[in-house]
Design a protein around this ligand. Sequence first.
Ligand code: PEP
Ligand code: MN
Length: 259
Amino acid sequence: METRKFDLKGKRPLIISGPCSAETEEQTLETCRRLAATGAVDVLRAGIWKPRTKPGSFEGVGLPGLSWMAEAKKETGLPIATEVANAKHVEGALEFGVDLLWIGARTTVNPFSVQDIADALRGVDVPVLVKNPMNPDLDLWMGAVQRLQKVGIEKVGLIHRGFSSFGLSKYRNNPMWPLAIEMKMRMPDVPMIGDPSHITGKRELLKEVAQECADLNYDGLIMESHICPDKAWSDAAQQVVPEELAELVRSIVWRKPQV
Ligand code: PEP
Ligand code: MN
């Protein structure tokens, strides 16, 4: 099946969804199949290499997960996305035909890692989304985008996933909306995608935050989905089953015209 095209700054908001982590072949494929069947998703996501805060947590299945994602793409025709944190990840992802890469919040903080990724992407035409760093430092976020732009990557986007605030917020990561607005003003041509899953950390709050992203005219959303959310190996409390994800997406009122 031919892979569907997608646009970071298209007429319609871009919806990216899939499990936090690819865990098993069945879980990855079933989640992707059910998401595709809803028709509400443009790009499938799954984490293959998981940068966890503490050692001893599940750190991702690595390359086998990419072959499951490649199979999901073949079956559904939807493009696939994964997180990269170094040049070796980039190499692996490109080998498996990943269509969209993102840099995680724990990597954006490190200019050496971002530069390593940028250098590995020199001359490659693949869109890259940059999550905000863990800490509320807009210069660091901008610097990561600029490192990618400097090697000639034209399709670069931002992901607002909230900022670490040591539990002083009802959210897992405080959205600090004014900072995201300021970032949109600083880089008006760079699309902004909202990440309600990592902002909220809880499925009950997803809808409210997703709507806030739409109210701010974001260019899309990235949200986690799992066939059995409570049993997820990472980020269990913030995931929802594919059908619930689709219902949530359909309930959002966008300022952008829906075509
Ligand atoms: C993720 O997208 O699963 C992830 C690890 O996100 P973040 O880098 O925002 O913590
Ligand atoms: Mn996650």
